[in-house]
Ligand binder design. Structure first.
Ligand code: PMP
Length: 328
């Protein structure tokens, strides 16, 4: 038998790297890592698997236990999948601005979902992290995945995503760009790549409304504007983001990233989630900074199917004064 796998879990990782040739990438050779190939449809399956495996090893998660997490959706989907295969209850706290598609997917997988307000900050009792922490204290036999602080999240990318990028490019990589939600991807990948070659430039691509761009550029947590992207950007520096080895940052407006998403559909047949547009916009900007012919790698975290109700909703986009696909 060939190409046969013992379970869905062994399909996590080893995602393809694809060259983008049919959109204007400026001066760089642009390669993208197709994380939608993971079974839960996003990069966060890697994090979910590493966090659960580590919790089992350390004894923090016991057979039949409850996994609790604060999530924008994708980590929740990963945890729900791993939870099914390993027999855990999964309880997730999600801010109410996240797309209906991700929530429907989670419920279909049998995860329990608690919605909370998106418009409250980290000191408010209804902030999604604070609710998750409270549930963890209240529910016996529960485990808090805590992807923003849990080092297993970083390890997932230091041991899998980073080495895959290095091998797939034969070490011929000049720059790596990606956005940060928990900081797991940029933390783990930057540590691995800088260890291999300290000259590789690592840049953060940050959506408007996030404070991380100003933090990297000026050392000050300050934000302006907003974004319809999900799962990226932050108003604070979490433990995992703090580990990232970052050379610089770009602030990306939805008006810059959305046309890239629409061009990728029309010219490459790639229909991607909102954070992928921010990542590609940042990669193109880094290509311009580094000069002609440099090889830049970025991450395509998930696909547009998780955001159809926003990305292909002309009324929603028009109301926000954002570009929409001209074929809608
Ligand atoms: N893009 C999407 C769509 C995500 O769901 C996430 C995770 N929140 C990220 C990017 C950012 O990844 P990380 O948490 O590793 O920083």
């Amino acid at each position: 038998m060939s190409n046969v796998f013992p379970s869905l879990l062994s399909l996590i990782g080893e995602t393809p790297l694809v060259e983008i040739k049919n959109i204007d990438t400026g001066l760089c050779k642009l390669f993208v890592k197709m994380e939608s190939h993971n079974p839960g449809g996003s990069i966060k399956d890697r994090t979910a698997l590493y966090i659960i495996n580590q919790a089992e090893r350390s004894g923090l998660l016991k057979p039949g236990g409850t996994i609790i997490e604060a999530t924008a959706g994708n980590t929740g989907i990963g945890l729900a999948l791993v939870g099914i295969l390993k027999g855990y209850r999964v309880l997730l706290v999600i801010p109410d601005k996240m797309s209906l598609e991700k929530v429907t997917h989670l419920k279909a997988l049998g995860a329990e979902v608690i919605f909370t307000r998106s418009d409250v900050g980290k000191d408010h009792s209804e902030y999604y992290h604070n609710i998750a922490e409270k549930l963890f204290k209240e529910i016996p036999g529960s485990f808090y995945a805590d992807q923003f602080n849990n080092p297993a999240n970083i390890m997932a990318h230091e041991e899998t995503t980073g080495p895959e990028i290095w091998q797939q490019t034969d070490g011929k990589i000049d720059g790596f760009v990606c956005a940060s939600g928990t900081g797991g991807t940029i933390g783990g990948v930057s540590s691995y790549l800088k260890e291999k070659n300290n000259n590789i430039k690592i840049y953060l691509s940050d959506p408007r409304g996030s404070a991380l761009y100003n933090y990297i550029q000026n050392g000050e947590l300050k934000s302006e504007g907003g974004s319809i992207t999900e799962g990226i950007g932050s108003s604070r520096v979490t433990k995992n983001f703090a580990t990232a080895k970052i050379d610089g940052a770009f602030s990306i407006d939805d008006k810059e990233s959305l046309p890239i998403i629409f061009d990728l559909i029309k010219n490459e047949g790639l229909s991607l989630g909102t954070s992928s547009g921010v990542n590609i916009a940042g990669a193109i900007r880094l290509g311009k900074e580094l000069g002609p012919g440099k090889t830049i790698v970025t991450i395509l975290c998930d696909k547009s199917d998780k955001y159809n109700s926003k990305l292909f909703n002309k009324k929603f986009l028009q109301e926000k004064d954002l570009p929409y696909p001209n074929w809608l």
